[in-house]
Write a protein that binds this ligand. Structure first.
Ligand SMILES: C[S@@+](CC[C@H](N)C(=O)[O-])C[C@H]1O[C@@H](n2cnc3c(N)ncnc32)[C@H](O)[C@@H]1O
Length: 284
């Protein structure tokens, strides 16, 4: 990822004008999204989940594949799902693990996790009933009924309906890129309870090295140290996943663990993670 991309403020007028000149074909879609944003932010004042659920309803009505990002192309949908799956398998996701996917969408990656895991070991939650209906169609399309995955609509990230210390792996791809900080904090405040000791929670985010900003109420750009600091406030350790950066995805990835366990599974003596999200090299 180039450094100019990481310092860019997409909210700035100059950026918008330059972008429109470079991509005139994308202007009508941006105007449509802005008009929708204006209506929805009045309707759902302060209720981000309600707002984003309405965005998903509107996007999913056009195309479920496009609603989860990357455009309507099935080839791209398949490729992004495969990239998520391959990464977690390389990091040890095994059939016996129990997995929670936050913001599972229409199972772009979930269908591969479900196929890989033992029956009943996959739990997908999402705020959007519309995308979960599309997720059920994905289950049928790929013949995954015998795997009996759980798919549940959520209206917050407290996980209050889930058991303690249950999940080996929690995954959230392109969810916090659409979440204000208070939603991420709610997740951090509660995820430790449902995560098994030694388990991990990976999430992607849109990273900026400049000013933190948002585009409409849909896309949010954070500095790594903001998210690392927030995790630490809730007794969690956060590791910036350098090996994800080489994948052509555009977002960055952070791994959350209980504070005493490092991303590589080793116990940390000092629990320290540097401000840029990397575990201190001298930690044992
Ligand atoms: C860009 S899509 C990605 C879907 C899926 N993770 C994937 O990679 O295909 C984001 C998904 O997160 C869901 N979402 C957004 N905010 C959420 C929240 N606070 N809790 C649960 N799901 C959320 C959206 O409804 C949407 O399905």
């Amino acid at each position: 990822m180039g450094s100019s991309r990481l310092s860019r403020n997409r909210k700035a007028l100059l950026h918008k004008v330059r972008y429109a000149l470079r991509h005139p074909g994308r202007v009508p879609a941006y105007v449509r999204r802005s008009a929708r944003d204006a209506v929805l932010r009045v309707k759902f004042r302060g209720d981000h989940v309600g707002y984003y659920r309405a965005v998903m309803a509107s996007d999913a009505a056009r195309s479920a594949e496009a609603a989860v990002g990357g455009g309507p192309s099935v080839k791209r949908w398949t490729w992004i799902g495969q990239m998520q799956f391959d990464y977690l398998v390389e990091h040890g996701l095994a059939p016996g693990h129990r997995m929670l996917e936050i913001g599972c969408g229409n199972l772009r990656a979930g269908r591969l996790f479900i196929d890989h895991l033992e029956p009943g070991h996959y739990y997908g939650i999402d705020i959007s009933p519309d995308i979960l209906i599309a997720a059920k169609h994905t289950l049928v399309r790929y013949g995954l009924q015998p795997k009996l995955p759980y798919l549940t609509v959520a209206d917050n990230l407290t996980f209050d309906f889930l058991p303690d210390a249950h999940f080996d792996v929690v995954h959230a791809h392109s969810v916090f890129s659409h979440s204000p900080l208070h939603v991420i904090e709610e997740c951090f405040a509660h995820i430790g309870r449902v995560l098994k000791p030694g388990g991990f929670f990976d999430f992607t985010f849109d990273r900026t090295e400049g000013e933190e900003h948002q585009v409409l109420h849909e896309d949010f750009y954070y500095r790594t140290e903001t998210l690392v600091g927030l995790a630490s406030k809730h007794g969690l350790a956060a590791t910036f996943m350098e090996d994800w950066e080489s994948r052509p995805h555009g977002q960055s990835k952070i791994r959350i663990t209980h504070a005493e366990v490092r991303a590589d599974g080793r116990v940390k003596a000092d629990g320290q993670v540097k401000a840029d999200g990397r575990v201190k090299a001298d930690a044992p």
